[in-house]
Design a protein around this ligand. Structure first.
Ligand SMILES: Cc1ncc(C[n+]2csc(CCOP(=O)(O)OP(=O)(O)O)c2C)c(N)n1
Ligand SMILES: [Mg+2]
Length: 336
């Protein structure tokens, strides 16, 4: 992290920006910790995949996306949706399957979408978001629109066929899409490097002739700088780009994962470089007060607490709405 804070006016707005990055990371962490807690208590149907330790990646990238840009996500997508601007209270209700959720409580954790902020959907099918993002980017080009598409992808998913199709098509047609790989070391219970042929993800991307950057994904400022650069190039019409962020999944694959495939020592070591306390330490060393950081942590705690309380008391959707909003291809004639 090579940014220095000072007390000039320009720096005040820079400091505000750093604090907003910090706030977003805290929001994602708190949101997922509480969602997983409620899952354990039995209030949440469906699975909860936490991205604890990976918060710097969506935070640094989505800071450079505009509301009009399209975002496609994965099964581990709460952070992506929050960073794109989805309402945390409506998202929590969605995870609880309640009325008032971003998809009326009918999608759940792995199908969160909020079209009003360009978040076009999480996705439980690995790699399918990539091909959808490429389709959206092709539509953007055909219509001559001023926006880009972005899609998150896990490291393990880069072994699936649609990954190769998506990169190839995007590069051939020079489409405005950012592929953002969260390389969190694991694919479920498997270390990805044990099942990955060749010299690595960046080399695979290079074989398509696509420009990429590989960054420390636990350093929000490194992600921020790389994302700004790559997104500027995409907006300039240079075609697709790939951002490879090296990070670590501190929690299990799902909230009740017994973690028998790795040692506690490994996770403890990763805790020493996890992005939130690391950035907080840097902020304090560079002139932001501990009180300001604490205030942000307290505010996010209060907001998520409210989200949980409201979600618990919200009603389930009325069964008469079961067939609305579930497809957009002309209504549910097939049911009748
Ligand atoms: C097509 C498909 N195959 C298998 C699965 C089951 N599955 C869910 S997550 C996962 C591992 C994904 O690993 P990675 O891409 O690294 O993402 P991460 O979970 O680490 O975020 C698997 C195999 C799935 N959801 N979809
Ligand atoms: Mg992974």
């Amino acid at each position: 992290m090579d940014f220095i804070l000072s007390n000039t006016n320009t720096q005040t707005s820079t400091n505000d920006r750093y604090l907003s990055l910090f706030r977003m990371m805290c929001l994602i962490r708190e949101f997922e910790e509480r969602a997983a807690e409620e899952k354990t208590k039995g209030s949440v149907p469906g699975l909860v995949h936490q991205s604890t330790g990976q918060e710097a990646v969506p935070t640094g990238i989505c800071a450079h996306l505009k509301p009009a840009d399209y975002l496609f996500s994965t099964h581990r997508g709460h952070g992506h949706a929050l960073a794109k601007g989805a309402d945390p209270i409506a998202m929590m209700k969605e995870i609880f399957g309640k009325e008032g959720g971003t998809c009326g409580g009918k999608g759940g954790s792995m199908h969160i979408a909020d079209f009003s902020v360009g978040m076009l959907g999480a996705n439980g099918i690995l790699a399918d978001g990539l091909t959808m993002a490429v389709g959206a980017a092709q539509a953007i080009n055909l219509k001559g629109e001023d926006r880009i598409a972005c899609c998150f992808v896990g490291d393990g998913t880069t072994n699936r066929g649609p990954f190769f199709e998506a990169l190839n098509w995007a590069q051939v047609f020079k489409l405005p899409v950012l592929f953002a790989c969260e390389d969190n070391t694991y694919a479920s219970t498997t270390r990805t490097d044990e099942v990955f042929a060749g010299p690595g993800i960046v080399a695979r991307v290079a074989s398509f002739g696509m420009k990429s950057e590989s960054v420390d994904g636990n350093d929000v400022l490194a992600v921020d700088v790389a994302a700004r650069r790559l997104i500027e190039e995409i907006r300039a019409g240079d075609g697709p780009r790939f951002l490879h962020a090296r990070t670590y999944r501190i929690r299990g694959h799902i909230s009740n994962d017994p973690l028998t495939y790795r040692t506690k020592g490994e996770t403890d070591l990763q805790m020493t470089v996890e992005p939130i306390s690391r950035f907080e330490k840097w902020l304090i060393q560079n002139g932001i007060s501990e009180v300001d950081c604490k205030k942000i942590r307290n505010e996010t705690f209060a907001l998520i607490d409210r989200a949980v309380v409201e979600s618990l008391s919200a009603p389930f959707p009325d069964s008469k709405h079961a067939w609305t909003d579930v497809q957009d291809i002309g209504g549910p004639q097939w049911k009748e």
